[in-house]
Every structure is written in structure tokens, then in C-alpha cells.
Design a protein around this ligand. Structure first.
Ligand code: COA
Length: 316
């Protein structure tokens, strides 16, 4: 048995924060941000556009075109680190809004790798025939955790959500999943979710330069691990969907591995780093504009705070 992605959806807030807007907030420039990150603008959520709101709409768009009984969705995972509530989880809130009566539902915290972790878990439940369908969402609004004076993080992050519906299938779908973590470098990228004597504010702290170097190495090794596990030549992969953190990280990796840039789905120019939402938003856009077609081979890969990292090779 395999797990197949049968539908995708995404939600992005309307409000755009451009590099020119950032020029008015901190000492930076449109040119610096584009050269060092590839980002032109990002979306910023309104107060009501929280993780469950954005996640619900991403899920609804994914479900809308499907002829399935939604009561057959046996699992909802929301990959997020910015839920309004620890409980009820955003997954439970979305379950309620969708009108699903009973499903395994939980939030998963694995920073920007969250969607890969969540997809990997749902895949095991489907393959083992415990559930028939799963809804996996990545939804984050890290903009609320950005220090308005910190130009190092303010320029990078944006808000959004993406979702997929998974189904068990006899035809190949998810071919392999690879998830990892190592807490050794956890201090390089942190976001408190409760304030106490150690955490005086809720802001993201990041040593960007350190993260950059580690990310390039980790992700290059991860892609090699994935293609070796599947005994597949890298040229046979139709599309690469990397986590959208910084165009220079993506460029360094594809240069090392000789991947053609035309095979890489890039959305960070429009949305910045949307954390756990970046991969499912990119997937949804490329499916909807017909770049990604049935039976193509796709490699998803991400890294994030923890540090965590992971990849998935799949036949769409
Ligand atoms: N605008 C203008 N100048 C800036 C700036 C900004 N927003 N941020 C930093 N600078 C300046 C620095 O002060 C420094 O100036 P100096 O040379 O006079 O000291 C110079 O630019 C270079 O700083 P540096 O931090 O080395 O820049 P960088 O090329 O590493 O780019 C990041 C900074 C944050 C864009 C980059 O490190 C990055 O994207 N890292 C990865 C972060 C990431 O992926 N996080 C998410 C993980 S999921």
C-alpha cells in the first residue's frame, strides 16, 4: 500500500508587507533584502487570521473539489509553532469547523520542518491501514513573534497555510520519508511560547549566519540520503520543493548537487519564509498552475529550529 496526495489547498492573508514597507520600519533596503534573501514581499495576517483560521481555509480549498465523505478523514495534523491555543489544538478547532465528528487530531511542533514530520506520520497511519484519509496542514503566523526592531528576522518571515489530503492507494505515492533532529544547535534559532524569568519577550532569536551554513550542509546530505535510499538518479526527479527560507540557501544546494533551477518551485519572493506552511503552499501553487502533473517525481525537503530537518520523495 502507498499514501497518495489526492488534493492540495492554501490560504494567504491579503495584506502585503513589501521590502519598501520594511525600509520604513528598520535600517534596511529593498536591494539588500533581494540580494541577500530573494524575498520581495510577504503576507501579514490580520488578528483574526490565526493558525486555525488560515489552516481551515487551506483545508477547505483542498477538500472542496473532492468527492469523499469527510467523515472518512481519520486524522488531522496541523504542523505549527504559532497556534493561538496550546489546547484546544488548531487541529481540533479545524476538525470542528469542518464538521468532522471523530478523527485523530493534534498539532505538531517541529518548526519549519513540521509539514514533513506531519506528512511522514500520516503516511505510516495510512500505509498500516489504520485510517483511510488524512488531512495534513502546515499553518504559521510567525509575524506576531518578530521583534519590530530586529532587521535580521523581520525581513524573512511571513504568514500563511497549506494543506493536503492523503489517501491509501495501490499505486505508488509517498516513496520514502526521512526525518531527523539534533538539539545540539537548538540555541541558534529560538521562539519562546511562554514568558518567564528566562523569556522576557516572545520574539524569534536567530543567528542567521550560523543557521545558513548548517542548513546548506544538512540539506545537501539529506537530498543525497533520499536519492540513495530510493536508488534514483537525481536527474529523474521532476520537481524539487525546498523549504522557502532564503534563495541563497536554495541556490547553494542546487549548485552543489547540479540541480537545474527550472526544476525548483520558488515562492519565497512573494511570501518570504512561512515556516511549516512553505512547502504545502508551494505544492498547491505548482499543482494549480499545472507545473506539477500526475505521476511526476517530487522531492520535498525542509529544515528548521530544533534543529530539525526532513525530506520526502513521492510520485504525485
Ligand atoms: N538590512 C541591511 N543590512 C543588514 C541586514 C538587513 N536586514 N541584516 C544584516 N545586515 C548587515 C549586517 O549588519 C552586516 O553588516 P556589516 O558587514 O557592516 O557588519 C551585513 O549586513 C552582513 O550580515 P550577515 O548577518 O552576515 O548577513 P547574511 O548575508 O548572513 O544575511 C540573513 C542575513 C539573516 C538574511 C541570512 O543569514 C539568512 O537568511 N540566514 C538563514 C536564516 C534562516 O534560514 N532562518 C530560518 C530557518 S528555518
Amino acid at each position: 500500500m502507498f499514501t497518495k496526495i489526492i488534493s492540495t489547498g492554501s490560504y494567504l492573508p491579503n495584506h502585503i508587507r513589501s521590502n519598501y514597507d520594511l525600509e520604513k520600519m528598520v535600517n534596511t533596503s529593498n536591494e539588500w533584502i533581494i540580494t541577500r534573501t530573494g524575498i520581495h514581499e510577504r503576507r501579514i495576517s490580520k488578528y483574526y487570521e490565526n493558525v486555525s483560521f488560515m489552516g481551515y481555509y487551506a483545508a477547505k480549498y483542498a477538500i472542496d473539489n473532492l468527492k469523499i465523505n469527510i467523515q472518512d478523514i481519520g486524522m488531522i495534523i496541523v504542523a505549527t509553532t504559532s497556534s493561538d491555543y496550546a489546547f484546544p489544538s488548531s487541529a481540533c478547532q479545524i476538525q470542528k469547523k469542518l464538521g468532522i465528528n471523530d478523527s485523530i487530531s493534534f498539532d505538531l511542533s517541529s518548526a519549519c520542518t513540521g509539514f514533513i514530520y506531519a506528512l511522514s506520520i500520516a503516511d505510516k497511519y495510512i500505509k498500516n491501514k489504520i485510517i483511510k484519509y488524512a488531512l495534513v496542514i502546515g499553518s504559521d503566523r510567525l509575524s506576531y513573534n518578530l521583534n519590530p526592531k530586529d532587521r535580521g528576522t523581520l525581513i524573512l518571515f511571513g504568514d500563511g497555510a497549506g494543506a493536503v489530503i492523503l489517501k491509501s492507494s495501490k499505486k505508488p505515492g509517498i516513496l520514502s520519508t526521512h526525518i531527523h533532529a539534533n538539539g545540539k544547535h537548538g540555541n541558534l534559532l529560538t521562539m519562546p511560547n511562554c514568558l518567564n524569568i528566562f523569556n522576557k519577550n516572545k520574539y524569534i532569536f536567530m543567528l542567521g549566519n550560523e543557521i545558513f551554513k548548517i542548513a546548506v550542509n544538512i540539506l545537501t546530505n539529506l537530498i543525497n540520503e533520499t536519492i540513495n535510499a530510493n536508488n534514483i538518479n537525481i536527474n529523474k526527479i521532476d520537481w524539487f520543493i525546498p523549504h522557502q527560507a532564503n534563495l541563497r540557501i536554495i541556490s547553494a544546494i542546487i549548485k552543489k548537487l547540479r540541480i537545474n533551477i527550472n526544476k525548483v518551485i520558488i515562492i519565497l519572493d512573494k511570501y518570504g519564509n512561512t515556516s511549516s506552511a512553505s512547502i504545502p503552499i508551494a505544492l498547491d501553487e505548482a499543482v494549480r498552475d499545472n507545473r506539477i502533473k500526475k505521476n511526476q517525481i517530487i522531492l520535498l525537503e525542509a529544515f528548521g529550529g530544533g534543529l530539525t530537518w526532513g525530506s520526502i520523495l513521492l510520485k504525485f
